[in-house]
Write a protein that binds this ligand. Structure first.
Ligand code: SAH
Length: 516
């Protein structure tokens, strides 16, 4: 059997966008991902759905897998012919024990690549507004390990040299030892007034920073109950934070937000959340697919065969447009077969989906303003005309009925159906339980019912109970009603039923929490 290959990849400090392009490529093509706690679940979602995911970090009932066992595991997987990504927090060469892993691979003749990552030692301070070097304040920096017993710390660290270095000192794994570290630095000559900062879970929604001096930091850390993991920064550069702090100012800072939309439709929402400093967490619960029942398929075929009889084709969503064109192709038809018809699109997004396919449409107001929509349709579609309405299986047939009531001969066809997406995310139950999800967005009634069903399948007896205490943010009143009917307490409903409206609601909600 051909030998596999191992990519020793730096995952960056936590924000899933801070991995390198090369690292992401390795992740996406691997048969097997070996990871621990510092590599976030969002990155694992980038792996192939069929890729094996092996957790080697700490579990409540188990210690971290021994380093020798991990080394061996990587060799074994590669000898089975697998392409393996060993995902490590930050950079693999900075306290990442990559040397030991690579050595055994080499001994066994297994090919490997080291893919550098952004180390937390630099990036976490940066996210707290602290540059590790500065023209006037620090011309060098040292990265030092703090997570060892004091006697080992003393043997491995030359406190006198470290203390008198001109630059910034960055300690990793040092939270528990911050008192000892400060004490040593003062003892060896640093001023007790030297600024020091601890930044916990930098680049993630949980990022928190505390600033003090070598003299008072231990008390502050204790008082705040500040826990690892954190990066400790010592030196004058810490003062830069007063002017440079930036992530905390973003409107959605500190919020990890569950996005339940279909993956194919989620990007607009996730990108906006990300831009505004929130952390989107995709957990798609709906999926669309072409209708498949015999009657539905027949109805579509019949309708498309009569293409030249329509005066209008009315499309109500981007999905509607996508599936309408798929069916045209499936039935060996051509858009020019609708040569008599004019096209109408509900909302600018739908119109855009038509325009890129070379079809200009009359743009109607968004469907969220149902009355406005009917009025403007009535202006365009005249009694006696014939209209085709391709839509999803959940589309309320109000439009078809109303148009028929106004004397328009209306043919509604289901071109796609909405189903529950299979989603086995193993991390979500724990994140919900631990309060690591701060808000949930619902963009339709089916996202509500499907999320509850998905949680049931992940083991929840009472899924609504799992969501207690999490902000529930709905795109509009119908979705909100469905949420309430299913036992959820809606925190806020968007004023405008659009993605931007939903984003505004999220931001307003966060502001009110800050005040409250
Ligand atoms: N190879 C990693 C470091 C591994 S040692 C890197 O290059 O970043 C683990 C330590 O890294 C933690 O104890 C903590 O000090 C630091 N660390 C890693 N990610 C962090 C994060 N997002 N926020 C704060 N500290 C982090």
């Amino acid at each position: 059997m051909a030998k596999g290959k191992v990519y020793l990849v730096g995952a960056g400090p936590g924000d899933p966008k801070l991995i390198t392009v090369r690292g992401l490529e390795a992740l996406r093509k691997s048969d097997c991902i070996v990871y621990d706690r510092l590599a976030g679940p969002q990155l694992l979602a980038e792996a192939r759905p069929d890729a094996e995911r092996i957790y080697v970090g700490k579990l409540p009932d188990r210690h971290t897998m021994k380093q020798e066992d991990i080394n061996r595991l990587l060799v074994d997987l590669a000898l089975q012919g697998k392409t393996v990504t060993r995902l490590k927090g930050g950079d693999p060469t900075v306290f990442g024990r990559v040397g030991e892993e690579a050595e055994l691979l080499k001994q066994n003749g297994v090919a490997f690549e080291i893919v550098p990552g952004i180390t937390s030692a630099i990036s976490v301070p940066a996210y707290a507004g602290i540059p590790v070097t500065h023209r006037d304040l620090a011309s060098s920096f040292s990265i030092i390990t703090g997570h060892e017993s004091p006697d080992k710390l003393d043997r491995s660290i030359h406190w006198d040299k470290v203390t008198n270095a001109t630059g910034t000192l960055v300690f990793l794994m040092g939270v528990a030892k911050v008192g000892y570290i400060s004490e040593q630095l003062v003892k060896h000559g640093r001023s007790p007034e030297t600024p020091i900062a601890l930044v916990r879970w930098g680049t993630r929604a949980e990022q928190r920073t505390i600033v003090g001096t070598l003299a008072n930091i231990e008390d502050k850390v204790k008082e705040a109950g500040f826990k690892p993991p954190a990066v400790i920064i010592v030196g004058d550069v810490v003062r830069q934070r007063e002017t440079l702090a930036w992530v905390e100012d973003k409107p959605l800072f500190g919020m990890r937000i569950l996005v339940t939309r279909a993956r194919s439709q989620a990007s607009e929402l996730t990108n906006r959340i990300d831009e505004l400093g929130g952390e989107p967490y995709e957990f798609p619960v709906i999926e669309t697919r072409a209708v498949s029942s015999e009657t539905a398929v027949q109805a579509v075929r019949d309708a498309l065969l009569r293409s030249e009889t329509y005066d209008w084709v009315v499309l109500t969503s981007v999905n509607g447009v996508d599936y309408f064109f798929r069916w045209l192709d499936e039935c060996s038809r051509d858009i020019r077969d609708f040569h008599r018809a004019k096209f109408a699109a509900v909302g600018p997004k739908t119109a855009e989906a038509l325009r890129i396919r070379g079809v200009r449409a009359a743009v109607l107001p968004d469907k969220f303003h149902a009355e406005g929509l009917l009025d403007s349709l009535a202006e365009e579609l005249l009694p006696g005309q014939k209209a085709l309405l391709p839509h999803g299986d959940l589309a309320r047939d109000v439009l078809v009925r109303e148009l028929a009531g106004r004397g328009v001969e209306t043919v509604g066809i289901d071109v796609y159906e909405t189903t529950l997406a299979v989603n086995n995310d193993p991390f979500l139950p724990e994140m919900l339980r631990d309060g690591d999800i701060h808000a949930i967005t619902f963009t339709s009634s089916s996202t509500v019912t499907n999320l509850l069903e998905a949680l049931r399948r992940l083991g929840a007896e009472d899924p609504a109970a799992w969501l207690k205490g999490i902000d529930i943010v709905c795109i509009g009143p119908i979705t909100a009603r469905t949420a309430e009917e299913n036992g959820l307490q809606v925190t806020v409903t968007a004023e405008h039923s659009t993605i931007e409206g939903l984003i505004d609601a999220l931001a307003a909600n966060r502001r009110s929490k800050e005040r409250g």
